[in-house]
Design a protein around this ligand. Structure first.
Ligand code: HAM
Length: 423
C-alpha cells in the first residue's frame, strides 16, 4: 500500500513554507502591537471540555470530533483532538488561576485544530487557526479592537477584499424570548426544513440558521430577528458607532455562528476570493464561558476570533499572484575532491557560528553537481575548497549573483566570515 497523509490532512512542503512564515510573522507582529501575549495549549484535551464549552448539540461536538479512547482513560473520560482553541484557552486560564494574577488578559495563538469534515477546498480535517481571546472585560471597545486587529492582519498580508458580517445574538435576558419566537415561527412552516433542522427546532433552535441546505437557508431568512434588551442594544450600538465606516461591515440578522458559547456580538470575515468556504474566520463575545467552565469560580466577560490559516493563505495567493520566494542561503560549500570534505565541514561550522546560513554536499558528488545544488538552493556565494587552497589555508569564493571576472576571489579561511557578511 502506498503511504499517504491521512484524508484531509496536508503537508506544507518547502515551496509553500515561506507564505506560512510570512503570515505567522504578520500575526505575531500585529498581536504584539495590539498588546496580545502568546498562549500555547495541548492539541489533546478531555472530550468533556468541548462538550461543555462548545455545546453538546453543535455540529462540531455531534459529528466532527476526533476522539481517542486512550486505554488508561475511563470510558467517559476520552481525549479529543481540539476542534477549536477558545475552550482550551479558557480551560488553561482557569487551571492556572491567571485571573487571580490579573483581571484582564489579551492572548493569541497559532496552531493546528482538527475536525472530521468532508474535505474540499478550504476545508480540511487538520487545519490551522490563529486567533485571539481577550478575557476579563465586557467593554464593547474590546470587541471593536478584536475586529480591527483581524482586519489589520489581513491587510498586512495584502488581503483587502473582505466583508465583515456582524450581528448580536443577545444575552440570557433577551435570547429566551427570541428562541421562543423562532421556534414558534419554524414550527408553523415545518415542511420547509430538512430532517436535521426539524430535530434542531427542539434541541438547539438557533442552529437552524447554520444549515447549508438551500431550502433551509431560504426558510431561515423568513424567521424573526432578535429584539435586543437595553444593555445588549447599547453594546451593539457602541460597537457599530465606533467601527463607523472603517470597515466593510454588513449587519446580518441570520448570523449565529456554529458554537454555543456566544453572547451578544458575533462576526465573520468573509472573502469573495475563497470558494464555497468563504469564511476567513469568525468570532464574537462569550461572556458566560469562563463562569461555565470554572463552575462559577470566575466570572469574566470575553471576546475573540479565530481565522483559518489555510483560507487566509488562499486569499493571500489570490490577492498577490506570486507567493514569496523562499529565502536563499548565504553560502554553499563545495569540496573539489573527497579529501577536503572534513576540512570543509570545519569551515561550514565556523561560518554558521558567525551567523551565516549555508550548507554543503554530503553525497560525494562531482564539482559540477555541487555547483548545481548551490544554484538550486539560491546560495549567494559558493565557498570552494580544493587541495591547493587547503594547503595554503585559503578558499575560493565565487559570487553566484555577479557576472564576469568579479565573480571569483581567494580569501583566507580566517577572513571568510567577514568577507561574506560584507558581500
Ligand atoms: P469557527 O468559526 O468554528 O470559530 O472557526 C474559525 C475559522 O477556522 C473558520 O472561519 C475557518 O476559517 C477556519 N476553519 C474552521 N473549520 C475549518 C476546516 N475544517 N478547514 C479549514 N478551516 C477551518 C472558532 O473556532 C472559534 N473558536 C472562534 C472564536 C475565538 N470565537 C471566540 N474566540
Amino acid at each position: 500500500m502506498k503511504l499517504t497523509a491521512p484524508r484531509g490532512m496536508n503537508d506544507v512542503l518547502p515551496d509553500d513554507a515561506p507564505a506560512w512564515l510570512k503570515l505567522e510573522q504578520a500575526v505575531r507582529d500585529a498581536c504584539r502591537r495590539f498588546g496580545y501575549e502568546e498562549i500555547r495549549t495541548p492539541v489533546l484535551e478531555h472530550t468533556k471540555l468541548f462538550q461543555r464549552g462548545v455545546g453538546e448539540t453543535t455540529d462540531i461536538v455531534e459529528k466532527q470530533m476526533f476522539t481517542l479512547s486512550a486505554r488508561e482513560e475511563a470510558e467517559e473520560d476520552t481525549l479529543t483532538l481540539r476542534p477549536e482553541i477558545t475552550a482550551p484557552v479558557v480551560r488553561s486560564m482557569i487551571e492556572h488561576d491567571l485571573l487571580k494574577q490579573r483581571g484582564f488578559w489579551k492572548l493569541y495563538y497559532f496552531g493546528p485544530a482538527f475536525r472530521k469534515e468532508r474535505p474540499q477546498k478550504g476545508r480540511y480535517r487538520q487545519f490551522h487557526q490563529f486567533g485571539i481571546e481577550a478575557i476579563g472585560a465586557k467593554e464593547p471597545l474590546v470587541d471593536v479592537e478584536s475586529i480591527l486587529l483581524f482586519a489589520e492582519i489581513l491587510r498586512s498580508v495584502g488581503v483587502e477584499k473582505f466583508e465583515v458580517r456582524f450581528n448580536s445574538i443577545g444575552c440570557e435576558t433577551c435570547r429566551p424570548a427570541y428562541r421562543d419566537s423562532v421556534q414558534k415561527a419554524a414550527r408553523s412552516k415545518l415542511d420547509r426544513f430538512c430532517p436535521d433542522c426539524k430535530r434542531r427546532i427542539d434541541r438547539n433552535i438557533l442552529r437552524l440558521f447554520d444549515c447549508k441546505i438551500e431550502g433551509c437557508k431560504a426558510a431561515a431568512k423568513d424567521l424573526p430577528s432578535i429584539k435586543l434588551c437595553g444593555p445588549c442594544a447599547d453594546h451593539d450600538q457602541r460597537i457599530r458607532r465606533s467601527l463607523g465606516s472603517s470597515l466593510p461591515l454588513r449587519v446580518d440578522p441570520t448570523l449565529v455562528r456554529g458554537l454555543d458559547y456566544y453572547t451578544q456580538t458575533v462576526y465573520e470575515f468573509a472573502s469573495p476570493l475563497l470558494g464555497a468556504q468563504d469564511a476567513l474566520g469568525g468570532g464574537g463575545r462569550y461572556n458566560n464561558l469562563v463562569k461555565e467552565l470554572s463552575g462559577g469560580e470566575y466570572d469574566a466577560g470575553a471576546v475573540g476570533f479565530a481565522a483559518g490559516v489555510e483560507r487566509v493563505l488562499i486569499a493571500m495567493e489570490a490577492s498577490r499572484g506570486a507567493p514569496p520566494e523562499p529565502p536563499g542561503l548565504d553560502f554553499y560549500a563545495v569540496a573539489v575532491d573527497e579529501s577536503q570534505r572534513q576540512a570543509l565541514f570545519g569551515v561550514v561550522s565556523r561560518l554558521r557560528a558567525a551567523g551565516l546560513s549555508g550548507t554543503m554536499d554530503f553525497e560525494g558528488r562531482s564539482l559540477k553537481a555541487q555547483m548545481r545544488s548551490a544554484d538550486k538552493l539560491r546560495a549567494r556565494v559558493a565557498v570552494i575548497l580544493g587541495p591547493d587552497e587547503a594547503a595554503r589555508g585559503v578558499v575560493k569564493l565565487k559570487n553566484l549573483r555577479a557576472q564576469g571576472d568579479a565573480r571569483e576571489q581567494e580569501v583566507k579561511i580566517d577572513d571568510v566570515a567577514t568577507k561574506l557578511r560584507g558581500a
